[in-house]
Design a protein around this ligand. Structure first.
Ligand SMILES: [Zn+2]
Ligand SMILES: [Zn+2]
Length: 105
């Protein structure tokens, strides 16, 4: 089997418009992972967006299961915070409840 050859390439970052190098090693890594797409952002912008995602998560203490968890929305001040798992459970429960309550015609 032929091993594909990788060469360093340069791209323009879609975010900061700066030219960045996509090293042969990185390309190899991408190929190994099965990624078909080329990177759109330089490593700096990639790091920044990763950080931003982390910062948009809120750490909460769930008042139902008493576990620490993360939430995409800030914890409410007027009531207990609910983790994602418990929230999903509640939503499912209320959906089930609605179905039970719905009149059967
Ligand atoms: Zn960039
Ligand atoms: Zn919970």
């Amino acid at each position: 089997m032929e091993i594909p050859k990788f060469e360093d390439k340069t791209f323009d970052c879609k975010v900061c418009q700066k030219e960045f190098k996509w090293s042969a090693r990185d390309q190899q890594y991408y190929a190994k992972k099965g990624f078909k797409k080329q990177p759109q952002k330089c490593s700096e912008c990639r790091e920044k967006s990763n950080k931003l995602r982390d910062e948009s998560m809120f750490y909460i203490h769930c008042g139902i299961c008493d576990k620490d968890g993360v939430s995409l929305s800030p914890p409410p001040k007027d009531r207990v915070a609910i983790c994602e798992q418990c929230y999903n459970k509640l939503v499912n429960d209320s959906l089930g409840l609605k179905q039970e309550v719905a009149p059967s015609s």
